[in-house]
Design a protein. Structure first.
Length: 350
């Protein structure tokens, strides 16, 4: 049963009523689901691009799923719905009141739709005008789901955060640009709402579709631009929390995880942790020379890690300082959150 069943009981759906979809008997060819969270400016840019697709505006709708509803987002969607009411697609607002996270928000969106095709993108993307038409064409060619192309523009010397975000451009299947049939989503149950961060929920859906014997196609001409949004200094520290969801993905799809992901903390992380343990034990034992040697090894590994991250990234003084600071902390947080995930999801995962 959907976490969001019954959300229309207490909250309005702007531009349409859930059962009737505002237009008498209107069932769109395709519904575009856009989860959002407190980013009305980015959302507006995305929705404007979605509302001006080459696809016939009378045959598709945009469903904005507000994950943690706020008045600014609601007002933004209301204004856009009114602006495109005459010549654009129907734009709907769905306040998500249950389990939060992009996975649950997307479930709320596709389950609020009656369309037999569902398109997914994120509120920080700018879809190409042909995106919807090309994605639907690939879906109708015999696929149960389709992944499109994600373009992440980067400066010549990106920051470490920007380079990490650019990994989306190489993802096999990312819900910033994906299409699926309603049948496929109903058969697999859609997204697993336990993935409460924007991490691995798309891989989980991909692996679930594959294990169900469903076909995933590729549409290189269904393109979205994904500019890297600004991030605070030291953001890579808080991002380590996401790694706990690797444990859930591993628990559900061990074979595919080993085959497609194969990503864990580098041995360097464990070596740095071991060096700090030796320092602590040696100091308690009064072995100052051993402690000094272990401390030197730890410092050397920390610098090596920092240098590796700076090889192809920005050399701005502030960025170098950020890399020095975060390189000394990330290894332990990464290991901690993986252990935390293993305990939370009850799986042996290190």
């Amino acid at each position: 049963m959907s976490t969001y069943a019954g959300f229309f009981d207490d909250h309005e759906s702007i531009a349409t009523d859930a059962p009737s979809l505002a237009r008498d008997g209107f069932i769109p060819d395709v519904s575009i689901v856009v989860p959002t969270y407190h980013r009305p400016a980015m959302l507006e840019r995305c929705v404007c691009a979605l509302a001006t697709q080459s696809y016939d505006a009378a045959r598709y709708e945009i469903i904005v799923c507000d994950d943690g509803p706020d008045e600014a987002t609601k007002a933004c969607v209301q204004r856009l719905a009114a602006s495109y009411a005459q010549n654009g697609p129907t734009i709907r607002y769905v306040p998500v009141m249950g389990t939060q996270g992009p996975a649950g928000a997307r479930n709320a969106g596709w389950r609020a739709s009656l369309a037999r095709r569902i398109a997914f993108t994120d509120d920080d993307t700018v879809p190409d005008p042909q995106w919807l038409a090309n994605g639907v064409r690939a879906l109708d060619a015999g696929a149960d789901a389709v992944s499109g192309r994600i373009v992440v523009p980067l400066p010549k010397r990106p920051t470490d955060y920007e380079r990490d975000a650019a990994g989306l451009a190489h993802a096999e299947f990312a819900t910033a640009n994906a299409f699926a049939t309603r049948t496929a989503l109903e058969r697999t149950g859609g997204f697993d709402a336990r993935f409460t961060s924007a991490w691995r929920e798309d891989s989980d859906l991909q692996f679930t579709l594959l294990r169900a014997g469903l076909k995933i196609g590729r549409a290189e001409d269904a393109m979205v631009l994904h500019p890297v949004r600004p991030a605070r200094w030291g953001v890579s520290i808080s991002q380590q929390k996401k790694s706990q969801f690797d444990a859930l993905l591993y628990k559900k799809h061990r074979g595919l995880f080993r085959e497609r992901i194969r990503r864990g903390p580098p041995l360097l992380y464990y070596a740095m942790l071991a060096a700090l343990v030796v320092v602590a034990v040696a100091l308690m034992a009064g072995a100052s020379r051993t402690a000094a040697g272990a401390a030197f090894a730890w410092a050397a590994m920390s610098v090596s890690f920092c240098v590796q991250r700076l090889k192809t990234t920005s050399r701005a003084p502030g960025h170098i300082a950020e890399m020095l600071w975060t390189s000394a902390i990330i290894p332990y947080l990464s290991i901690y959150w993986r252990i935390r995930g293993a305990l939370r999801f009850k799986v042996w995962f290190l």
